[in-house]
Design a protein around this ligand. Sequence first.
Ligand code: HEM
Length: 394
Amino acid sequence: MKNQADFGNVYLFVENVAFCFDLYLTREILADTKNFGVTQNFLAESVSDPGEEWFAMRRNLHRPLSPSSSDAQITRVSDYVKLGLDSLARPGGSCTCDISGQAFVAGVAMRSASELLFGQAQPRLELACHKLLSILGRVTGNALALPSVVPTPARLTIGYRHKAALSEVRRVMDKGEYAPGSACDALVKNLPEDSKGRSSEMLIGAMLAAYRVSAAAMSWCIFYLLQNVEWLAKSYREAEAVGDNEVSLDDIPSIHAVVMESLRLRPPTWLLDRVALRDVVVCNRFSVPRGGTVTMSPFLVQRGTVNFVRPHEFVPERWISKFPGDNNQAFLAFGAGKRTCPGRNATVRVIAGFLLGILQWSSNISARVDLQSVRVLTQNAQTPEGLSYRVVKR
Ligand code: HEM
């Protein structure tokens, strides 16, 4: 691979491993699904060209996860966030609720993932996915993990838990325990019987994708709101104004802007990898040999001074009145091209619903730790490790 003068933001580590944070190149590579495949699936197994079958399966997710189908999630999520806070709050006394770590947001994210994909809660599947995810962290994003073919104890547990999750999805499919119009319904109806196994894999992959990253994004929103009193106050006013009505994103522009700006500053999926399926020359200049890996970073692109005005600052205004110096093509938190996140519209609504629920339930929210001490955990999703906050009931 050559580091061409035209693409300054490309670093070559060894002959076939490059790190690229040039926007133009990143978008070209992500768009080119013919020549570049994803490097790993959710089980950290090497994969190559997914073929047309993958895209055919993916198409079934589009309608159930579209903006119009997922608008209802804003109110739904905010309702169960309020119920969750009620159950966590200390009875009597000041009725406060202390939220430490990721457990609360993880519960919200997992529940919303089942609602998005199956149209209803799936407690058994959620537990199975949670167990699978907790062990996957040992190998995914771990550069020292042995390859997937080596049967280490962690790999064996992954295999066992993966089978358990798979059989749970199959049970849900076979018993018809999903809502009409859900992603699961579309997959069952539109695909031949022999692709049920692959559809189940896709549903588990989507559950895991939805769970980990959405939970991280929810925490980042709180992290930034805690430091930006002006936006916290605006968000409170908006949450109060909409009351118990059905809400769409247009009704809560400040909350929506907080979600987008948090995803810009801290995209949970901060690295994306692609492997060249054959010798490729990108943009007539940048050559990648077959098997070569290119790692791209939505995080660095979204922090680039050429892409956003005041790139390192939390400026939600940019999502309300467009800044001329911002390039929205550089927003890559959900990837780009044919393999862009199919849950992107739905998840923005879920995260907005999470904020709405907290803001409507509480009169005040405050940090329980020095926010400077919050570490950024980057092993899987970019997560604010050590964030802890207190919400006081209205
Ligand atoms: C804050 C929340 C989320 C973020 C930041 C996020 C981010 C991403 C990114 C960056 C990709 C592209 C990966 C790549 O190109 O290699 C992706 C793929 C994917 N996401 Fe999301 N995602 C989120 C939520 C969700 C939700 C809620 C769902 C499903 C309900 C979902 C399902 C998927 C699936 C199935 C893929 C794989 C698509 C493919 O490979 O064709 N994600 N996500």
